[in-house]
Design a protein around this ligand. Structure first.
Ligand SMILES: [Zn+2]
Length: 398
């Protein structure tokens, strides 16, 4: 039975990987991920279903289009293989090897597993797009975030660290504050910081699917997408720009502090709130939703805070907004602890990569998104070890 499960999930993972390839190729291009059906980017001919089987087709066609014989990027089979390993591997890690305590039986814990697997798939897509285009596809982050919030509310599971009712109140108020700020942006009360230009691919015509080129021919390499700092290109002061983002966050901060004071100081409010978020059948679900919401906020806050302080300190834009959405999505699925640890693991991975670059001649720089994704994966897999390692510290701060 367990073998059938793993095989099924591996096949499912390969199919999901095939879909991720569509997302990775089309989203940064601004194309629909539904229409048209798959076609060869070189000759434009439709790919038949039997040439579109995950993993196998690429191998059978030897990585070339059936019609025009132009090479198909190995990225396709790589993404499919990685997704297969992630989806089936996560199942094995949680439920066969039982490397994470408290997972429980798959029969009851499957929604949590599905949310975690969806998160890993989303992170893979974000990392792949980020590596190629230096942007994080926000749509992917949003889908994962909603999936995390909905699944934790519908099927509360112990993997999301619960928060106190007061903290939950802060989470709700902060979300309300963000909504207020977004309305203020919409009606022109706050101006957008920097520009949308930075969040969109710069060289649209450079989005080439064939990174591999046939031997003998001069390599037609994808032109490098150079993201010139927005401030440099448009003569804006990054410090002033980032202060707009601080302004954007003011309503959320004020409302959160206000909600905390209300819930902790005013008795009537506290009683009412405890009935909703404290204990009882409703609170089981509502409390889990609050925990996921708090995770979303904390995940985003790590990066956004670093971005604001880094930009103010160094006078140039530090960290992208895409990374804010990415770590927020991690928090929405896993709660506040995983993104908080991953935030500190990611720079180590980036540092290792930098050392590797220094050692070799390979000068390929990477954006930050993949490190956040890799850090998250590591923290999710070795969560128990991280918690054990951090336990003395959390004890000390009590
Ligand atoms: Zn073709």
């Amino acid at each position: 039975m367990i073998v059938i499960c793993v095989v099924f999930l591996a096949l499912l993972g390969a199919c999901v990987g095939s879909f991720l390839n569509v997302v990775i190729y089309r989203l940064p291009n601004g194309q629909s991920i539904v229409f048209p059906s798959s076609h060869c980017p070189t000759c434009g001919r439709a790919i038949r279903w039997h040439d579109n089987i995950p993993l196998l087709s690429w191998l059978l066609l030897a990585g070339r289009c059936r019609w025009c014989k132009k090479p198909i990027s190995p990225r396709y089979i790589i993404i499919e293989a990685i997704t297969m390993v992630l989806v089936a591997g996560l199942f094995a890690w949680y439920f066969i090897l039982e490397r994470r305590s408290g997972a429980g039986a798959f029969e009851t814990a499957w929604p949590m597993y599905a949310a975690h697997a969806a998160l890993l798939c989303g992170l893979l897509a974000c990392a792949a797009v980020d590596i190629e285009h230096w942007i994080v596809p926000l749509e992917v982050c949003w889908v994962v975030s909603v999936a995390g919030l909905v699944s934790s509310a519908a099927w509360p599971h112990p993997f999301i660290p619960r928060v106190s009712p007061a903290t939950g109140a802060m989470a709700v108020a902060a979300v309300a504050g963000l909504a207020v700020a977004m309305l203020m942006v919409k009606y022109g009360l706050i101006r957008r910081s920097f520009s949308d230009v930075v969040d969109k691919p710069v060289a649209r015509d450079s989005l080439e699917i064939n990174t591999a080129s046939p031997p003998g021919r001069k390599s037609k390499r994808t032109p490098k997408v150079v993201l010139e700092p927005y401030s440099k290109a448009h003569g804006v002061n990054p410090r002033l720009e980032v202060l707009r983002e601080v302004l954007f966050l003011v309503p959320a901060l004020v409302l959160a502090i206000g909600a905390y004071e209300l819930v902790t100081r005013v008795d009537v409010v506290r009683q009412g709130w405890l009935r909703l978020a404290g204990e009882g059948p409703v609170a089981v679900h509502f409390g889990a939703l609050l925990a996921a919401t708090w995770g979303y906020l904390v995940g985003g806050a790590w990066i956004w805070g670093t971005r604001i302080f880094g930009t103010l300190a160094f006078g140039k834009e530090a960290m992208g907004m895409g990374d804010v959405h990415l770590l927020a999505a991690v928090g929405a699925v896993t709660g506040w602890i995983v993104p908080s640890i991953a935030f500190f693991v990611a720079p180590f991975l980036g540092l290792l990569w930098a050392l590797y670059l220094l050692a070799g001649r390979n000068q390929r720089q990477l954006p930050y998104g993949p490190w956040l994704a890799a850090g998250t994966l590591i923290v999710m897999l070795f969560y128990d070890a991280f918690r054990g390692f951090l336990a003395p510290m959390t004890e000390a701060f009590r």
